[in-house]
Design a protein around this ligand. Structure first.
Ligand SMILES: Nc1ncnc2c1ncn2[C@@H]1O[C@H](COP(=O)(O)OP(=O)(O)OP(=O)(O)O)[C@@H](O)[C@H]1O
Ligand SMILES: [Mg+2]
Length: 242
């Protein structure tokens, strides 16, 4: 039965979709069967980030409304045969209930190991829908104060959803600034937010081919931590000392 993990942040543009796609790709490389479920209705871009735009014949709303079976809405990634994208709808106005999405995901869950749910920015209906479908959460922040404040707010809100676990990913970290002490250490950010630090993702100049960076050590470590619960605290330190 798939583990359903929501990737959320509060603040926009901090790297939720990037983390979702790269974590999914790394899990798929390990042989896990993964669905990347885009619940950022209206501004959906998981398919674009994966280079799968226009490939989907159906989306999650088609599956909900019975125009296709849930499996038919999945698009396989050409490079990773166990990685699938479940696109969301571009139509913002239509109300889609969390229960309806959950039914679709639950029907797919037995066939997969992970469902990674990309949540929209903000803390309104879309956030609620995405989080309601998950059992675990990943909060993405950057080392900037505004992102951290929103992450803290989201962490507080997640408490009422009773997720099994919530971890922190610190993205867009510049090693030079960390070394010079100009930004907070990721460990310090995690301790301020009182969340376990799962991964530190550096800001890369040229990170992405289709927004997925296969060679990224940071995303590999994140996948290992998520899948196997490996302790990577020392690894983060070594990573930044290199
Ligand atoms: N570690 C990174 N290094 C370099 N660029 C990055 C990194 N992470 C994300 N980006 C870039 O930052 C931009 C925003 O990332 P992304 O779309 O993943 O954020 P988001 O949180 O999903 O945004 P939104 O709230 O709009 O959904 C993208 O152009 C992405 O390529
Ligand atoms: Mg996004």
């Amino acid at each position: 039965m798939a583990r359903k993990i929501v990737i959320t942040s509060g603040k926009g543009g901090v790297g939720k979709t990037t983390v979702c796609c790269n974590l999914g790709a790394q899990l798929a490389r390990k042989g896990y069967r993964v669905i990347l479920c885009d619940l950022d209705f209206g501004l959906n871009n998981v398919d674009v980030a994966l280079g799968l735009e226009h490939r989907a014949l159906y989306d999650v709303v088609d599956a909900i409304e019975g125009r296709c079976r849930p499996k038919q809405a999945l698009v396989m990634h050409p490079r990773y045969p166990t990685l699938y994208c479940l696109s969301s709808n571009r139509i913002l106005e239509r109300y889609v209930s969390p229960q309806a999405v959950r039914l679709v995901l639950d029907s797919l869950a037995p066939l997969f190991d992970f469902v990674l749910i990309d949540s929209p920015a903000g803390i309104d209906e879309g956030f609620h829908r995405a989080v309601s479908c998950a059992e675990e959460g990943l909060i993405v922040t950057t080392p900037h104060i505004s992102a951290m404040r929103d992450a803290d707010r989201v962490a507080g809100m997640l408490k009422s959803y009773r997720l099994n676990s919530v971890g922190l990913v610190v993205n867009l970290v510049r090693r030079d600034l960390v070394r010079r002490g100009e930004i907070l250490q990721p460990e310090e950010i995690a301790s301020q937010l009182r969340l376990p630090l799962l991964s530190v993702i550096p800001e890369e100049d040229k990170l992405f081919l289709d927004n997925v960076c296969e060679r990224s050590r940071a995303f590999r470590l994140l996948a290992a931590t998520v899948a196997e619960g490996e302790v990577t605290k020392g690894e983060h330190k070594r990573f930044f000392r290199r």
